[in-house]
Ligand binder design. Structure first.
Ligand code: IVH
Length: 701
């Protein structure tokens, strides 16, 4: 290729690459694959290597490069970078409007756009070329971070030259179009906006940092601040941050913010697509509400909307007061962060045995939802936060994730705080714990630990035990996986705010589940005993134990609500022999009961249940007229009008008994659909066989 051809090729390559940058970053369109784009960039880099004289500052190859800086140069902002006044309520907004009306009556509209939670930046272009990017600093003097910003493709190295008809479509006048063309060829243009990191990129960055055993960053905003102020542009190049433009300092005679924002997009900048031109405050409120509802779904961290008087001529009229302009207002969303106290930390066993610390908090309201738990991730996070039990902490509910503790306030300690220790025994099964080498996690070595615990929780919520609607196996597993529930007492402190961030839970279903749990807080004693999952104790044995307890219990009347404590005291004091004397209770079952109530860990679970408001009631199991007194039933096959449990309950209520195997002592075998071997045996032994229909007559007649 001749020099001239090379020059032409380089020019074309640069134009093509810029075209795809604009399409991707500004228009959100990807026209060619990353691989294809990379090969164009490679070709350009190779040509420039052979012809270094042809390298220009706006070449995409100039994005990464330069040596690490020693320090940042100071930059003076000729037009100060102001901040915004905050409004939190509709009334705040009305007061603001009234203040403006006092300064100047009349009509104006409001341009509303998302308020990005990032870092304000001022970019300077000379003759369309990017020459300087500076942070806000104190508003008057910022820091020159140009080499870092150059690494980011969302920032055009050269301004795009909009076509005349594009500008006309925006509604710009000929005079304004001429102004734009003039300043693009020979003039200075200063653009302001926000540098942000998407929530996804932030998560990825933190994942990477934690894999490298480096400290993780608290939020996307901090991540941006840390990135932009990196002294090594190479590091910045690897980070995924983006610049969104929202204001043009240079006066081009444009009359309104809605036109200005469209112009910024045509000049090659990313703009926030969620904006709305409102003709009055009512419309502003609607937009605010709309954005607040979708807040979690935005890929960027957003903390409100910015409401700007749309007519730029009025800006001079209203002017600036103190730290900010009168003609703009940050209309914030309700807080995502609040302070509360860390009450306790419990270690949850995950599917792979990894132990995760879960923070139990003094319940607090964040954005209308009560939060009582947060994840603490691991021991390193506990160290990083320097957190102790009893500390006042800042909790954040951000995105569709479980709330997390972002900061401790050690200045508020009173000396009674307790250190959080890594567990040396598994809190669940008591098994050994090992620290996984090279990782921050601790692990329970007992492979069955998780599964046993899960089964226990499922058993507690099942139909024959507490029978909690909406707490099926899948949901129980989900609660356990997310660290919300570790033992049965945890169900009773769940709040809708704890549940709503979980997948498949909306605010309404979260509320419904919490209600269903609370509705079943007072449990029939037999169901309670069965629900504990004591080995060998099925629902029939549980009923026998209830009879025994009630007959011997001195403290209360039949039908009253018992305290868990009473039940515990009773079973902790009965001895093996007393139990064995009960009909149908053999030595294995008796031993199992004695062992269970003799285990401190189990007693602790019961105490926690009591603390969390769970009570026991004893419902009369038998009617006054005991129609089936002394009769023994066996059930087989599927019943249609009632469940087996209901049939058993009915039989007991009427003075009868049920057993599981047919013998000569059996009085009736109740058969349903497709009866099994019990039916055959009954026939062989000549035991009475009755159908469901006959049973109903017997019971009701
Ligand atoms: S307009 C007077 N528009 O919020 C400066 N600012 O809390 C306001 N911000 O310093 C410029 N999103 O960095 C404007 N859509 C937006 C914004 C926005 C975020 C930042 C800006 C400002 C800060 C004030």
């Amino acid at each position: 290729m001749s020099l001239e051809q090379v020059e032409k090729r380089i020019k074309k390559l640069k134009k093509e690459i810029e075209h795809h940058r604009y399409a991707y970053h500004v228009l959100d369109k990807q026209e060619i694959s990353n691989g294809a784009l990379d090969s164009l960039k490679n070709e350009l880099a190779k040509l420039e290597q052979s012809y270094p004289d042809l390298i220009t500052p706006d070449s995409p190859t100039q994005r990464v490069g330069g040596k690490p800086l020693k320090d940042f140069e100071k930059v003076e902002h000729k037009v100060p970078m102001l901040s915004l006044f905050d409004a939190f309520t509709k009334q705040d907004m009305r007061d603001w409007e009234n203040r403006l009306l006092k300064i100047r009556g009349g009509n104006w509209s409001y341009f509303c756009e998302l308020k990005l939670d990032g870092l304000a930046m001022s970019l300077r272009y000379e003759n369309s070329m990017f020459v300087q990017g500076a942070t806000r600093g104190d508003g008057k003097i910022g820091e020159d971070v140009t080499p870092n910003l150059k690494t980011q493709e969302s920032i055009p190295l050269k301004l795009r030259k909009p076509k005349r008809d594009e500008l006309q479509q925006v509604g710009l006048t000929n005079k304004q179009i001429i102004n734009i063309q003039k300043v693009l060829t020979s003039g200075e243009l200063v653009v302001r906006g926000e540098v942000i990191m998407t929530k996804k990129s932030f998560e990825n960055l933190n994942k990477k940092l934690s894999q490298e055993n480096k400290s993780v960053l608290a939020n996307p905003r901090n991540a941006v601040a840390g990135t932009v102020r990196q002294l090594d542009p190479q590091v910045v190049a690897e980070r995924d941050i983006a610049f969104y433009a929202y204001y043009l300092v240079t006066d081009l005679g444009i009359k309104s913010q809605d036109k200005l924002i469209k112009l910024l997009s045509l000049l090659g900048f990313k703009i926030v697509k969620h904006y709305k031109l409102c003709s009055n405050l009512e419309e502003v409120f609607k937009f605010h509400h709309f954005c607040q509802d979708r807040r979690q779904k935005f890929p960027l961290q957003v903390d409100g909307i910015v409401v700007k008087v749309n007519e730029l001529d009025l800006w001079d009229f209203f002017g600036v007061v103190g730290k900010g302009p009168r003609y703009m207002m940050a209309y914030k969303f309700p807080a995502e962060q609040v302070t509360t106290k860390l009450k306790d930390v419990e270690w949850q066993v995950g599917r792979t045995g990894v132990l995760t610390p879960i923070a139990f908090l003094e319940p607090v309201n964040i954005r209308g939802a009560t939060i009582s738990r947060a994840t603490l991730h691991n021991m390193d996070e506990i160290k990083r936060l320097d957190i102790k039990i009893g500390d006042t902490v800042i909790v954040e509910r951000a995105g569709d994730v479980i709330p997390k503790i972002v900061k401790t306030l050690p200045g508020l300690r009173d000396g009674y705080e307790q250190k959080i220790k890594a567990p040396n025994k598994c809190p669940r099964c008591g098994g050994d714990v090992e620290k996984i080498s090279g990782e921050v996690a601790y692990k329970c070595v007992n492979k069955d630990c998780y599964a046993v615990n899960l089964r226990q929780l499922i058993h507690w919520t099942s139909k024959s035990a507490c029978d909690i609607q909406g707490l099926g196996e899948k949901v129980v597993e989900q609660l356990m996986e997310s660290g919300l529930v570790e033992e049965i007492s945890d169900f009773y402190t769940l709040t809708s705010g704890d549940l709503s961030p979980l997948e498949r839970f909306a605010d309404k279903s979260a509320e419904n589940l919490v209600k269903a749990i609370q509705d079943k807080k007072i449990i029939d004693l037999n169901r309670f005993i069965y629900g504990l999952g004591i080995e060998h104790i099925g629902s029939e044995t549980a009923l026998l134990l209830v009879d025994n307890f009630v007959n011997n219990y001195k403290g209360g009347k039949r039908g009253c609500i018992f305290k868990i404590k009473d039940v515990v005291n009773y079973f902790a004091s009965v001895d093996l022999k007393d139990l064995q004397d009960l009909q149908d209770i053999g030595s294995v079952v008796a031993q199992s009961i004695v062992d269970w109530f003799g285990n401190d860990k189990n007693i602790l679970v019961l105490k926690k249940l009591e603390k969390n408001g769970v009570g026991i009631k004893w419902r009369k199991q038998r009617d006054e007229i005991e129609k089936l007194k002394g009769l023994t039933f066996v059930l087989t096959g599927g019943l249609s009008s009632l469940t087996r449990q209901e049939a058993r309950d009915k039989i007991r209520q009427l003075g009868g008994n049920t057993t599981y195997s047919v013998s000569k002592e059996t009085d009736y075998v109740l058969i349903g659909k497709d009866p099994g071997s019990k039916y055959r045996k009954a026939k062989k032994l000549g035991v009475n066989i009755i159908t469901e229909e006959e049973f109903r007559k017997m019971v009701n007649g």
